[in-house]
Design a protein around this ligand. Structure first.
Ligand SMILES: [Fe+2]
Length: 316
């Protein structure tokens, strides 16, 4: 098609998309083109701004590798990951869900751990925490025999894979639910942590005066044939960044009750000082049990990452 003016461009592109044999491809790509062209018209995008956008997208790819994915990080920082999760869970977005983002740090092959045992595999900063989680189906019946992976940061906000000083698989474990659909474990209370800001994500956050913190959380991955595999994160109710999570992950269903105990008898005799307990319930839905591709495969070597923390500031 010979283009006469700007109005013609959209129609020309859409008509070419109609040549595709895959119906879902036609639906997704034509919708993307319509919205993209509408966005260019609405903002009257300049040539300089278009060049900047192309450079930014190229940088997202250039910064992504086996241990870091800047594309996923910016999708989270723009709320897209959370939107996709909430539209695909909870009966396709109709009900509250305990599903959440997988995050970049799930590892396959977590050590099988008995219920009640500790996942602290080398000396680790942080207050002791005793956690219990119940897995139920949509009718409220316990799901026995589900495999549940658990992983989280140390009390310093660093995952073992980022930190050569932690033992391999520290603060990670694989549990199996008992007849009441329950797992339990001992660990240390995790801390929140900053996401990397050395690329386009940092530029995006600085332009808005946003901080780069994720509130403290424990990750869960629940696998049981007959049910949609659920990824979840249970956030610490005392974290100052619940309202401003840089990845927009915090939902009401996932604010956990991390209860601090000062003067009560601890569940283990070696605990001195304050300790925490956590109880949480997850609801899983019928569907396909499928493990994700692990975003990372092993531990980093050398020094732990230097973390940069951005302050939340008013720019206007
Ligand atoms: Fe995390």
């Amino acid at each position: 098609m010979i283009i006469k003016n700007q109005d013609d461009v959209t129609a020309a592109v859409l008509s070419e998309i109609e040549r595709a044999s895959d119906a879902r491809f036609r639906e997704i790509v034509s919708s993307a083109v319509k919205h993209l062209h509408a966005f260019v018209r609405e903002t009257r995008l300049t040539e300089a701004e278009f060049q900047k956008a192309c450079a930014t997208i190229a940088t997202l790819g250039q910064l992504s590798n086996e241990s870091h994915n800047e594309v996923v990080l910016i999708a989270g920082s723009l709320g897209v990951s959370s939107l996709v999760c909430l539209l695909n869970n909870g009966d396709k977005g109709k009900r509250e869900t305990t599903a959440n983002l997988l995050g970049p740090f799930w590892r396959a092959g977590s050590p099988r751990t008995a219920n009640g045992a500790s996942i602290v595999r080398s000396p680790t900063e942080g207050d002791p925490i005793f956690a219990t989680a119940w897995i139920k189906d949509r009718d409220g019946y316990p799901v026995a025999g589900a495999e549940v992976d658990v992983w989280h940061t140390s009390g310093e906000g660093i995952y073992e894979n980022q930190d050569p000083s932690q033992a391999d698989m520290n603060l990670r474990g694989k549990f199996t639910t008992d007849g009441e659909g329950r797992i339990s474990f001992r660990s240390v209370k995790p801390a929140g942590y900053p996401i990397p800001v050395n690329g386009p994500v940092g530029e995006l956050l600085r332009a808005q005066g946003r901080h780069n913190m994720r509130p403290a959380h424990i990750h869960f991955l629940i696998y049981k044939p007959g049910f949609k595999t659920q990824y979840s994160q249970v956030y610490s109710n005392d974290d100052p960044n619940l309202e401003t999570d840089v990845q927009f992950g915090v939902t009401r269903a996932l604010i956990g009750k991390y209860v601090r105990h000062e003067n009560e008898v601890p569940p283990a005799p070696d605990v001195k000082g304050p300790w925490y307990s956590l109880e949480h319930h997850f609801v899983i839905e019928p569907g396909e049990a499928k493990l994700p591709r692990p975003p990372i495969t092993g531990k980093a070597s050398g020094e732990p990452p230097l973390s940069v923390v951005l302050e939340r500031v008013d720019l206007r």
